[in-house]
Design a protein around this ligand. Structure first.
Ligand code: PLP
Ligand code: TYF
Length: 406
């Protein structure tokens, strides 16, 4: 038994983290996984989350199972973070919400649920995207196609090609969209471009699956970063799915706090449909893991239900997003000063937003940086800015200059 177990498929980003951890060099730089670090390179527990921990220590919630839909207050409050407390969809009861095993679990349940209804639809993911999108929708049984997203020459969004691909997709396709801070490119659509995309989605009867893993990380503002979510799923009343993660926005990576929200439009009395959707998704989860995890949901709920902690959380998001923007500016200034070639002016370091810099460094350059300078970035050239700080940014830029001068 078991001897024939085939070799597992490695996730490139997790493999990179393992290689970094195994490197004994004290000056190594970790630009792999998208997990926030402070200016000393240490993980950061958000002050708002510390406050929530203190609150839970005073009033322990215990360890009972959650309801199969998840923590009731968490489901409601997480929907309000995404859609806005005064949103029409929430007021009209159009949202089926379930707590999930973070954003990954939400994407998985979205795929599994949609497959029960639309098994023959094609699924479109941006090129490039978070690699798990394709993996999870294919695992659910879908055929997955790319739609144009990024133009490496122009270092910006290939918007005409994007629209053309979504127009050409068979009617009723499922379209995965990043709500903000696109992973890995750091390039988001403008509000005007979102409106154009929404028109195509509506005309073609496509179903948007909006993946929101970085709300608050793009601009530092929760509402600004929810623009696409609210435009598509509320204002323009497109039926669709929202996958929500608190991993990055609250720094709760290992706690696995997230939610799936399925938005129902075009039905005057949505309550019965919403209840059936919640029941169906809970049944999928029942077959796989029964109920979601408690502690992360308690922390998120403690932050969101306390006005003081909520205000602190908004500040924490500004702290994190500002630090990353400051590092973008420092990288750009250093590369310009070092006269590092390969780019006219390194403009794209600061025009991109969010956790990642899609550097344009090639695979051989990324591998050279790893081997020769102990700088660990993805082979795609994606740099997680979380690993950059005042102590290593100069050295990083010297290494990049040497890599591009090779
Ligand atoms: N979606 C995107 C675009 C991501 O980058 C990530 C990872 O951070 C996730 C979803 C899921 O992360 P998690 O499962 O930690 O919520
Ligand atoms: O892209 C990242 O670095 C994060 C973390 O399968 C991550 O989103 C990476 C790969 C993966 C799950 C999470």
């Amino acid at each position: 038994a078991f001897a024939n177990t085939p070799e597992p498929i490695a996730d490139a980003i997790f493999a990179l983290t393992e290689a970094y951890n195994a490197d004994p060099n004290p000056d190594k730089i970790n630009l792999g996984q998208g997990a926030y670090k402070d200016n000393t390179g240490s993980p950061w527990i958000l002050p708002s989350v510390r406050g929530a921990e203190a609150k839970l220590a005073q009033h322990p919630p215990g360890h009972e199972y959650l309801h199969r839909f998840g923590h009731a207050a968490f489901r409601r409050l997480s929907a309000e973070v995404a859609f806005g407390a005064g949103s029409r969809v929430l007021a009209e009861g159009r949202v089926a919400s379930l707590q999930t095993i973070s954003g990954s679990g939400a994407v998985h349940l979205a795929a599994a649920f949609l497959h029960t209804l639309y098994p023959n639809s094609l699924v479109y993911v941006p090129d490039p995207s978070w690699s798990n999108h394709r993996v999870m929708f294919e695992a659910a049984g879908f055929a997955v196609r790319d739609y144009a997203y990024y133009d490496p020459q122009a270092r910006s969004i290939a918007f005409d090609a994007l629209l053309a691909d979504l127009r050409a997709a068979p009617a009723g396709s499922i379209v995965v969209l990043h709500a903000c801070a696109h992973n890995p490119t750091g390039c988001d659509l403008t509000p005007a471009q979102w409106s154009d995309v929404a028109s195509v989605l509506r005309d073609r009867g496509h179903i948007p699956v909006v993946d929101s893993a970085y709300q608050g990380f793009a601009s530092g503002d929760l509402d600004a970063d929810a623009h696409a979510i609210r435009l598509l799923l509320d204002e323009l009343a497109l039926p669709g799915v929202l996958c929500q993660s608190f991993s990055k926005s609250m720094g709760l990576y290992g706690e696995r706090a997230g939610a799936i929200h399925v938005v129902v439009h075009g039905i005057a009395e949505p309550a019965a449909v919403v209840a059936r959707i919640e029941g169906q998704i809970a049944w999928i989860a029942r077959k796989e893991y029964t109920t979601p995890a408690r502690y992360g949901a308690e922390l998120v709920t403690a932050v969101l239900s306390d006005p003081g902690l909520y205000a602190q959380w908004r500040e924490d998001l500004v702290t994190m997003s500002t630090r990353l923007r400051t590092m973008r500016a420092a990288i750009q200034a250093n590369l310009r000063e070092l006269r590092a070639p390969a780019d006219d002016n390194w403009d794209h370091v600061t025009t991109q937003i969010g956790m990642f810099w899609f550097s344009g460094l090639s695979r051989p350059q990324a591998l050279w940086l790893r081997r020769e300078r102990h700088v660990y970035l993805a082979e795609s050239g994606r740099v997680s800015l979380t690993g950059v700080n005042e102590g290593n940014v100069r050295r990083l830029c010297e290494a990049i200059r040497d890599a591009v001068e090779q």
